[in-house]
Design a protein around this ligand. Structure first.
Ligand SMILES: [Zn+2]
Ligand SMILES: [Zn+2]
Length: 142
């Protein structure tokens, strides 16, 4: 019975297109919500290596890692990636070679690279205190 499956795929495609459309139309000002660079931070306290990479490059890095570990896209979608329960896959740190290289942020204001913070705004810069999420929320309240 191939038909129901095709129906499912079509509706998933429509959902994706709808989501993209909403993401594009929703902001109003046309300013992208996410900055172009991703901060990648090593969570190993003895290492502390961090770098800023292009968003596209980062998704490629994640993809490569996924392939390396033999995890399918379906596994990732189901949150089965290494059983960590998130869609995020820790990368291998180029410096200490531990699986502790995770997605963080690059500050739009001062360029600081940092891991997600505790509290309401996960992207709040520990150096200058700027948070893009906070900024967006403030703009919404206006
Ligand atoms: Zn490291
Ligand atoms: Zn900053």
């Amino acid at each position: 019975m191939p038909l129901p499956k095709i129906g499912l795929i079509v509706s998933v495609c429509l959902l994706v297109i709808g989501a993209i459309f909403m993401a594009k139309g929703g902001s109003g000002g046309g300013e992208p919500v996410l900055s172009n660079n991703v901060g990648v931070v090593c969570m190993n306290p003895e290492c502390g290596y961090k770098e800023s990479v292009d968003r596209q490059k980062y998704s490629q890095m994640t993809k490569d890692r996924q392939t390396e570990l033999g995890i399918t896209d379906e596994d990732m979608a189901m949150g089965r990636g290494r059983g960590i329960g998130t869609e995020q896959l820790p990368l291998v740190c180029p410096k200490c070679e531990q699986e502790s290289f995770v997605n963080g942020f690059v500050c739009d204001k001062c360029g600081e690279i940092y891991a997600a913070q505790e509290g309401t705004f996960r992207d709040k810069c520990p150096k200058c205190g700027y948070s893009r999420l906070e900024d967006i929320q403030k703009n919404l309240k206006k």
